[in-house]
Structure formats: C-alpha cells, structure tokens
Design a protein around this ligand. Structure first.
Ligand SMILES: [Ca+2]
Ligand SMILES: [Ca+2]
Ligand SMILES: [Ca+2]
Length: 494
C-alpha cells in the first residue's frame, strides 16, 4: 500500500518543564519531537538531499499517522475510530488477533482492558474473573501468568456457552508490540496499575502508542503526567466530575471521554462540549444506550443521523468508540449508505403481519415480556437492545407471519440478523404462501444478546415478483432462546 508523504510537522516545543501548568506542553513537546525526527527523515528523501540516514529511515507508520491525528484537534480534525475491546466480531475480545483485525479494518485506536496476574504481569482482560472469556475459573489476580497462559480464549464476547479458540490471553507487552507501528491503544482499567503499565510501555518502546485514561482527581492525574510527561492521557467526564475540565486549565489532556446518559446532562451541553473541543478531542462511546443518550451503534445502523451523525454534528465527537468498526469507517468515508443489498428484501422481525394470536402469530405467553415497543394486546415479545428493536423471548412452537414484497422474480437466499449467548441457540423454518416449510435452520451463538450477526440459512427459494406471505416457525422440543432483528432475502447471483 502506498504511504502518503507526511505533512511537515511543527517545530518541537521547548524542553519539558516539571511544573504542572506546562505538563501538556511538555507532553506534546516530547511526542512532537519523536514524530518530527521520523518526518524530517522521510521528508529528506527528496532527490538531491538524500542522506544515508534517510535512505534507511522507515516511512511514516500507521501509528505515526494515528498519533498525529489524535493530537490534532483543529476544526478540520478527522473523526477517529476506536475499536471496543478490539475487533471482537472477528476474534476473541482483548486478543492479539482482535487488535490486528481492528487495525486492519481501519481503526486508528484499539481499546483494551488491563488486569494484573498474581505475579504482577499486566495482561489483557476485561473482567476480574476468568469465566466469561476463557476456559478457566476464578480470579485473574489469583493465578500466575504461566497458569493463565495455559487457558484458551472464547470467541467474540465469550460467555460460558461460547466456543473455545486456539488463542490465549495476551500480555500487555505482546499487545503493545502488535500495535507499535499500527495505531494507538486505549488502556482501560489501567489507572490503578499505571506505573506497572507505564513500565511495560517503556520496555516495549510504545509509550507513544499507549493512551491512559481515568476519572481520578485532577491532582492525581497531574502528578502522573508530571512524572511521565511523555504519557498520552485522556480524562473521563460525566456530570459528576464535569468541573475537572476547568480544573485542568492550561494543562488540558489531548482528549476527554464524555459520558452522558441523558441529552439534558451538563456535559452534553453545546457550550461545554465546545470548550472541550477547543482544547482537545471529544471521545464518545456508541456501544450502549447509557454512554451517549441512546445514540448507539445499533441506532446508527438503522439511521446514522440517530447515532454517529448526531454524535459528530451535535455532540462534537472527534473520536467514536464502537463495536462496529467496519460500518463506522464506511460511514465516515462515504456518509450514509443503503445497507440493504441491491435487489434484496429486508423484513424486520418486529414488523410481523397485523392480526391476532393464532392468526398472525403464536406466542407462548400473553403480553410483551420485552422492554421494546410491542403492539398493545399482542403476545409477541419485543426488546430494544441499545437501539436494535427485535423479537425476543423466542420459544419452541412460536411462529410469526410477514408480508414480503418481492421486487423481481428470481432466486433468493435467506439471511437472518440474530443474536444469542446460547449453544444451541435454536432452530427455525420458513414457508411461503402456505407452501412446505424449509428444513430447520440453526441459529449460531453470537456470544451475547446484544451481539447481532447476519447469519446465512442455506435456504434458497424461487420467488415471483409481487406480494407473498412468509411464515417463520420455531421448532418444538429443542432449546430456543434467541433474538430476531430482521430477515433478509438476497438475490442469488449466477
Ligand atoms: Ca409473550
Ligand atoms: Ca415469546
Ligand atoms: Ca429489527
């Protein structure tokens, strides 16, 4: 891949001072100096000025570009993508392949979580306990790294019924080495052990890759940044500590992670965000409802104006942390795109045909057991998973009917966007116009109720253009516990 020629860098700032008020400046000074050295070398490859050192100098790496971008908070600063726990849709969360996949998919930043083993080795793991993401039991802090190394990671977001992989819990050192030339690493749950973590960054030559964060008292943060003026740091603010932004004064960190569960929160106020945006980057999380007042990934997948677009335009986000790296990158590059493939028909699970129990649907218990917008009086269970409105509490013998308008006669194959933390998760069959039902389609464990995935079915049907009735039924006497976001009939290309 071609590497664009870096832009000239600003001159290094004056040498670091140890006073608190110049912490930010000295931090930038060291970082910019490091970058400038690399960029100067790259720039001197112009014919006629080439030096021996320049001929051996590596071109600017993706990590160089990510750092330069992260420190740019000017009005034209590009929105950066942070991959939550790595690209867990392709590899176990907090694993080396998840880090590599996140960078390969275009994330400039990968968020990871740090725990310490009994013998003091910083490792990547979100939980304090081993059960969810590995085949081990107990606490990380109670076993040695050698013992931890023998365990295997589960796929995706894990869970007791998720399949085991061949991958192991990585050390922070391994993770940082994997990121060294590729991007930044947001070090979550690392503040308590920040000195041990900083030691790893120094040993691995990745101080410039690591991004610390905390919501600690400002004097505690100042002390750390004075001790380590080259450490990258981001401060978390919500309504409880919004005053910390002012308290930093001239020594504002290069980013603030802003968390608001309500649009009326003080930190969601335009003037407050403008102030933050003026000194650094605004980092907003779109994974769950409560991080940014329901402006979530799932809402964005339906309409970016309900999520990422709003976070950028109204809440001035310049970093978005996501569980949907590829979709966010596509949105940032191309704007809203029609996500239904050309010629395909998407039928929302919750948009079943109108009618009564026994006519339009069958549900095993009365009323809506979910928290989503069910139809008044209907038994169908509808949930809202962070913006994904789905049929939930799906059980054997239940069925739903749909109206499907087929645009063009042809062969169509079915995929369904589903979720389930269980193995087995369940099976369904589909039938058109009172015709014979398909064979059973197995729903595959997606590792969490909120982890939706578009799964193939193996079912292909010849459909004439026009309106059809589709019936989706759940087999009896097999475990059923999954969620249906939508069905999608895609034209078969021959
Ligand atoms: Ca029900
Ligand atoms: Ca049900
Ligand atoms: Ca849906």
């Amino acid at each position: 891949m071609l590497t664009p020629m870096p832009k000239p860098m600003p001159a290094p700032r004056p040498s670091p001072s140890s006073t608190d008020s110049t912490t930010r400046r000295s931090c930038y000074g060291v970082l910019v100096t490091t970058l400038t050295a690399a960029c100067t070398l790259a720039l001197t490859t112009t014919p006629g000025t080439t030096t021996a050192a320049a001929r051996e100098a590596p071109s600017e790496t993706a990590a160089d570009r990510a750092l330069r971008a992260f420190l740019d908070h000017g009005p034209k600063a590009a929105v950066l993508t942070a991959a939550h726990r790595g690209q867990w849709r392709k590899a176990p969360e907090n694993s080396l392949p998840a880090i590599e996949a996140a960078f390969a998919d275009g994330a400039e930043i990968v968020e990871v979580d740090i725990q310490l083993t009994k013998d003091g080795v910083p490792v990547l793991m979100h939980d304090e306990t081993l059960e969810r993401t590995t085949n081990g039991t107990g606490r990380v802090a109670d076993i040695t790294y050698a013992e931890l190394r023998a365990l295997r990671l589960r796929v995706g977001l894990g869970g007791r019924q998720a399949a085991l992989t061949e991958h192991h819990v990585p050390t922070l050192a391994d993770a940082m080495k994997a990121a060294r030339t590729r991007g930044l690493v947001n070090l979550d749950q690392a503040w308590r052990e920040r000195e041990a973590v900083m030691g790893v960054l120094k040993q691995t030559g990745t101080v410039r890759n690591g991004l610390f964060k905390s919501r600690a008292a400002v004097p505690e943060v100042r002390a750390f940044r004075t001790r380590h003026p080259d450490a990258l740091y981001m401060h978390l603010v919500d309504d409880d500590n919004a005053g910390s932004v002012k308290e930093f004064g001239d020594a504002a960190p290069p980013a603030f992670e802003v968390v608001f569960d309500d649009v009326k929160d003080a930190v969601a106020d335009a003037a407050f965000l403008k102030g933050v945006r003026g000194t650094g980057r605004v980092w907003i999380n779109s994974m769950r409802d409560e991080f940014a007042a329901r402006h979530t990934d799932e809402a964005s997948l339906i309409d970016p104006a309900r999520g990422w677009g709003r976070l950028i335009d109204t809440y001035q986000a310049t970093v978005i942390q996501t569980d949907n790296v590829e979709e966010l990158k596509t949105y940032l590059a191309k704007g809203p795109v029609n996500q239904v493939p050309p010629g395909a028909v998407r039928v929302q699970g919750e948009a079943y045909a109108p009618g009564e129990e026994g006519v339009a649907y069958h549900d095993t218990d009365p009323g809506n057991r979910g928290d989503g917008p069910g139809r008044p009086g209907d038994g169908v269970d509808i949930c809202d998973h962070d913006g994904a409105v789905v049929v939930c509490w799906m059980r054997g013998t239940e069925w739903l009917t749909y109206t499907v308008d087929v645009p063009r006669t042809g062969d169509y194959t079915l995929r369904a966007r589903v979720s389930s933390p269980y193995s087995p998760a369940g099976t369904y069959r589909v039938a058109f116009d009172r015709g014979p039902a398909s064979g059973p389609v197995r729903v595959v464990n997606t590792t969490a109720h909120h982890a939706f995935a578009l799964q193939g079915s193996g079912v292909t049907r010849r459909l004439n253009s026009g309106r059809h009735t589709l019936r989706l039924s759940l087999d009896d006497k097999v475990p059923q516990n999954w969620n249906l976001d939508y069905l999608q009939w895609e034209p078969v290309r021959r």
